[in-house]
Design a protein around this ligand. Structure first.
Ligand code: FPP
Length: 245
């Protein structure tokens, strides 16, 4: 079992409940090898698959990945198409293996604009997920943190207009329930490979007290040992949530 191979019993007790990752560096990984950028996304989707299984073995409860942002539509049509195809392939495979692996799939983002076939696959994986109890993988697709906050604010405004709530009822707890992450604890640790040290519109609301881990490694190169290093770094931090200890 991987958990005991990498962590002491004391460390296992401090395992993050929710880990998120910005899967950055796919394009550079491919360019360095003289390959088209899309080869990097293909390698990146394999890394994602392996990472999700590793998180499950470690007993992490939620794993959230940034697969496609609301800004990624600006990329060349061919690159967008390849990412969507990889996503479709992953969902098809997940439908076959989710029950056996006891992995649940959930989606953050506006999926209503995606291809109809993709939307059906998303629905199907969500249905299968209701019967699973293991790791919950949240795939952020056509996702933007600001857009999510605006969506939640709009829902709250509509409820005020309809008289269901009063403006005074709008608290951060209430807004949290309108986010894609309703019922999911905030990420403890956000891993960003690829050398950039920025947030890029990822989980803006949920990351208020998350610990960040940045590495120059490119996402397709992220191996078990790299995730272990990120998690150990998290375990050694002193989280104060605005308090003194
Ligand atoms: C960022 O790297 C990566 C993306 C925009 C796409 C991520 C997509 C996948 C890993 C594949 C599909 C997803 C699933 C869930 C199967 P980049 O292209 O910005 O890299 P660069 O900074 O080196 O150019």
């Amino acid at each position: 079992m991987s958990k005991e191979k990498f962590f002491t019993a004391q460390e296992i007790e401090r395992m993050p409940i929710h880990i998120a990752a910005i899967m950055d560096g796919n394009g550079r990984w491919a360019t360095k090898r003289g390959l088209p950028r899309t080869a990097g996304h293909k390698a990146g989707s394999e890394t994602f698959r392996r990472a999700a299984e590793f998180m499950s073995e470690l007993g992490v409860k939620y794993f959230t990945v940034y697969a496609f942002s609301t800004e990624n539509w600006k990329r060349p049509a061919e690159e967008v198409k390849v990412i969507m195809t990889l996503f479709e392939r992953y969902l098809n495979e997940a439908i076959e293996s989710m029950a056996e692996k006891n992995i649940r799939l959930n989606f953050f983002g506006d999926t209503s604009v995606l291809d109809g076939k993709l939307q059906k696959l998303i629905e199907r994986t969500q249905q299968i997920s209701t019967a699973q109890s293991g790791l919950c993988v949240n795939v952020c697709i056509n996702y933007g943190g600001r857009q999510e906050i605006a969506m939640a604010a709009k829902k709250a405004a509509e409820e005020v207009v309809s008289g269901k709530i009063k403006a005074d009822d709008i608290t951060h707890e209430l807004l949290s329930r309108y986010m894609y992450s309703a019922d999911i604890p905030d990420p403890d640790l956000i891993i960003r490979p690829g050398g950039e040290q920025r947030v890029s519109n990822f989980l803006l609301w949920q990351s208020a007290y998350s610990e960040y881990y940045f590495t120059d490694k490119l996402w397709p190169d992220m191996a078990e040992a790299d995730f272990v290093e990120a998690i150990k770094s998290f375990m050694n931090r002193n989280r104060r949530f605005g308090g003194l200890k």
